[in-house]
Write a protein that binds this ligand. Structure first.
Ligand SMILES: [Zn+2]
Ligand SMILES: [Zn+2]
Length: 194
């Protein structure tokens, strides 16, 4: 029971820290871009500035998004959280740089709504990437309910009483009945997953 609470606390802390990382990376990049823009575009005409500020912002944002998309699927296990951070960061940079130029000439109300929509999109994305089927199944399993339907209490059952899914399988080494998501056989200690 206490381990279950700890697990949940850990994922919650993970989420908060991941969101903070995305926010700080985003703010840092925006500030750095602003500094670069001020320096690089000094002495240019309004038209040149129009072009080069877009090249700068789009270039950086697309590079970050592309790097994130290439990097994220390569990260496994614990590092996957950082993959989510990278993706959230890339997405935010893209939305922001596109929004920055489109909203140049719109009233601030539109900017506020677009900001809210972008934040909502970011939240939706983070939720979706954290609530992967794997994580949901594991969290159900830790609560003692069927990882497949989330309703049946597993107890010592071999099949879920609510959906009939097999929740216990035989250990290939010793033949003991083990939980379907167990990593190691509790009877003989041999690993259950490849
Ligand atoms: Zn079930
Ligand atoms: Zn075994």
């Amino acid at each position: 029971m206490s381990q279950e609470v700890e697990e949940r606390e850990l994922t919650r802390a993970e989420k908060i820290l991941a969101a903070a990382m995305v926010g700080l990376l985003f703010l840092g990049t925006v500030e750095a871009l602003h500094l670069a823009e001020v320096r690089a575009l000094r002495g240019m005409t309004a038209e040149e500035r129009w072009v080069w500020s877009r090249v700068l912002y789009y270039g950086v944002s697309f590079s970050i998004a592309l790097a994130a998309i290439l990097l994220a699927p390569r990260l496994r296990g614990f590092a996957r959280t950082f993959g989510s951070v990278a993706l959230g960061y890339g997405l935010l940079m893209l939305i922001w740089s596109v929004g920055k130029f489109i909203l140049d000439c719109l009233p601030e109300v539109a900017a506020a709504f677009a900001g809210a929509a972008a934040a909502g999109g970011g939240l939706w994305y983070l939720r979706r990437s954290y609530y992967t089927p794997e994580r949901v199944a594991y969290s159900r399993y830790m609560k003692g309910v069927c990882p497949f339907c989330g309703k049946g209490r597993i107890g010592e059952h071999r099949y879920c009483p609510m959906c009939g899914a097999s929740v216990r399988v035989e250990c290939r080494t010793c033949g003991a009945l083990v939980g379907v998501l167990d990593a190691y056989c509790p009877a003989c200690g041999s690993p259950l997953r490849e």
